[in-house]
Write a protein that binds this ligand. Structure first.
Ligand code: AMP
Length: 295
């Protein structure tokens, strides 16, 4: 059977072509053939699915309303859907639409055929500089796009990155992202990736994403995040003091260390801007110009 992954499913419209009021057709489960489970999340399951009319392959995320309610994340989900559905970038997972029934909410997502990046990182332990630089450059481009739309991601980490069929990275989870024109004070995200200003709950802005991308770059190259510690309180202290150390193994170039050092700066206004990051010698010399790492 022909399967298309090229054309995204479109919301169908019914109504006359004479310009009368057009009702948006709502998606229902009947519009999809459900395939194998792709994974389990905190609030439900993700399945491979095919939209019947277009044959388009998607990932259908099924969330249980009672669990969303219990954890008081309905507001967060609404924000995630609102933000992600408006973003269009090759390195950001598309959210095509959503629907719901009495018990569940369904998100229609772009299918990332190569799955989770953190599993790949676990398998390899750490990435080559070419691979790390290609990923960091593609994420920098995606974040420049987000910031241009006043969207801060605030939760960049390996668990939130999926890999598309060509090996391209996709930012997948906008659960903590905000649409903002102001500076914010909320504490969110996972400790290892939190910048000092969020750990200390002082105001933060889009530069939090530069910090997290610096942490990610370090973890790609060394296999562990830089401020990891047994106790939360130690990670906290190391972040606030920017206690950055580069182990001797694996061997990492001084250009990569220079880039990380310029991103992990306590004063958020002094972090290397993402556009400058793309011009950094380590990125220029290592990142695949195609933006895709093929191994
Ligand atoms: P989540 O609820 O987003 O944590 O998703 C649970 C798991 O489902 C993930 O860890 C992935 O393995 C898988 N998954 C989620 N979304 C997709 C997607 N768009 N394409 C492929 N796999 C996915």
């Amino acid at each position: 059977m022909a399967i298309s992954t090229e054309t995204p499913p479109q919301q169908q419209h019914k109504g006359s072509s004479e310009g009368a009021a057009v009702d948006q057709k709502r998606w229902t489960l009947n519009d999809f053939d459900i395939g194998k489970p792709l994974g389990r999340g905190k609030f439900g399951h993700v399945y491979l699915a095919r939209e019947k009319r277009s044959n388009h392959i998607v990932a259908l995320k099924v969330l249980f309303k009672n669990q969303l309610k219990q954890s008081q994340v309905e507001h967060q989900l609404r924000r995630e859907v609102e933000i992600q559905s408006h973003l269009r970038h090759p390195n950001i997972l598309r959210l095509y639409g959503y629907f719901y029934d009495q018990k569940r909410v369904y998100l229609i997502l772009e299918y990332a055929a190569k799955g989770e990046l953190y599993k790949e990182l676990q398998k390899c332990k750490y990435f080559s500089e070419r691979r790390a630089a290609t990923y960091v450059a593609s994420l920098a481009r995606a974040l420049i796009y987000c910031h241009g739309k006043h969207v801060i991601h605030r939760d960049i980490k390996p668990e939130n990155l999926l890999v598309g069929a060509q090996g391209e990275l996709k930012i997948a989870d906008f659960g903590w992202s905000v649409h903002t024109f102001n500076r914010r004070r909320t504490m969110c995200g996972t400790l290892d990736y939190l910048p000092p200003e969020m750990v200390e709950s002082v105001e933060h802005d889009a530069n939090v994403d530069i910090w997290s991308l610096g942490i990610l770059c370090y973890e790609f190259l060394y296999g562990v995040p830089p401020f990891e510690a047994k106790e939360h309180s130690d990670t906290y202290r190391r972040i606030v003091q920017v206690d950055l150390k580069f182990p001797s193994r694996p061997v990492v170039s001084s250009a990569a260390k220079d880039l990380i050092t310029q991103m992990l700066v306590k004063d958020s206004s002094q972090r290397l801007p993402l556009k400058k990051l793309l011009e950094h010698p380590w990125i220029v010399q290592n990142a695949e110009p195609s933006g895709v790492y093929r191994g």
